[in-house]
Design a protein around this ligand. Sequence first.
Ligand SMILES: *Cc1c(COP(=O)(O)O)cnc(C)c1O
Length: 388
Amino acid sequence: MKKIPYGRHKIFKNDIKYVCKILRSPSITQGKTVEEFGNKIAKFVGSKYGVAVSSGTAALHSAVACLNLKKGEEVITTPLTFCATANSVLYEGGEIKLADIDINNLNIDPYEIEKKITKKTKAIIAVDFRGHPSNLIKIRNIAKEYNLKVIEDASHSLGSSYVNRDKKFKCGDCKHADMATFSFHPVKHITTGEGGIITTNNKKIFDKLNLFRKHGIQRSNKMFSKKKQIGKWYYDMEFLGYNYRLTDFQSALGISQLKNLKKFIKRRRNIVNYYNSELKQIDQLILPYEEKNVDSNFHLYSLQIQNHKKKNRYSFFNYLVNNNYNPMIHYIPIHYLKYYKKRYKFKKGDFKNSELFYSRTVSLPLFPTMKDKEVEKVVSDIKKFFEN
Ligand SMILES: *Cc1c(COP(=O)(O)O)cnc(C)c1O
């Protein structure tokens, strides 16, 4: 059997066909397929606007740029995320403040957020870790009280939703956030190779995002003038932007992939149900928790192994590696990373729940094209490890 990774993308023939069609068209970048992809994602999640950019990190950076941070102003986020979430704040001259996770749903704990608010706090970045929506309702209320902006890092949660007072909300719909960001890296639900999107319902933010991804350059018919002898060559630069453009052929891949998303999520749920039903017999394991009002897309199956003499996370991880798996740990908490440890003098014990979770977790293989045989093998191999 081939090595089983923790995640893997799937490109269908139809995806390739559509990408080739756009590759043969006159416009392979800066064309209308990019806008179409942005609109399609916006429509899917239920936001007004969607701006496609070159990566999930570019999406986060762009979103943070719209906060207009002054040097040293603070953004509160979770220790349990990929470093790009925190980095995006530093790119814009801001500083991060970490607030620990809720040990059950593994997302930033609103109660911890409140403890971290100072006069310098400007925003909160909530991450929908493993696809499980953050508690955006509570976070939004805190943000309102202290006049903060909210960014949802929805890199994991395309297609996830939650219910509040009988109303369904989709991750990234920006009903309880100012902006949300997605990533289309191949380990995410759908891919464009590299790619990302920012969604928002705010026209001003949308306009800024549009310029931010192309150097801050503005160009419109209004700028041309016969009287002033200014022709169609003209453009101006409003502020310092970046080249964060996604190409049309990547956007074509995204549009085509989006058609399979529901099918992908259904298969993931299928596998998760099987894992849950089989693994619950093993006392030493803590299975992923899903809140009652939540419908997660299951980006990750975050298993936790309670410490027990020889059988712990370390030995379990190595066992999987030795048995032809490619498991992964999500994530080494931000405050454990050398750069952040040095910058903020973080130490062990600062964020106890994130540390406890990190010491216990392994992400099991979970992707839509996993064969039943592979899923069954994962379960039987895990049972073997804990039986002996
Ligand atoms: C993947 C990911 C990112 C970064 O996305 P890229 O497309 O790889 O730049 C940021 N935050 C989280 C939570 C992610 O999972």
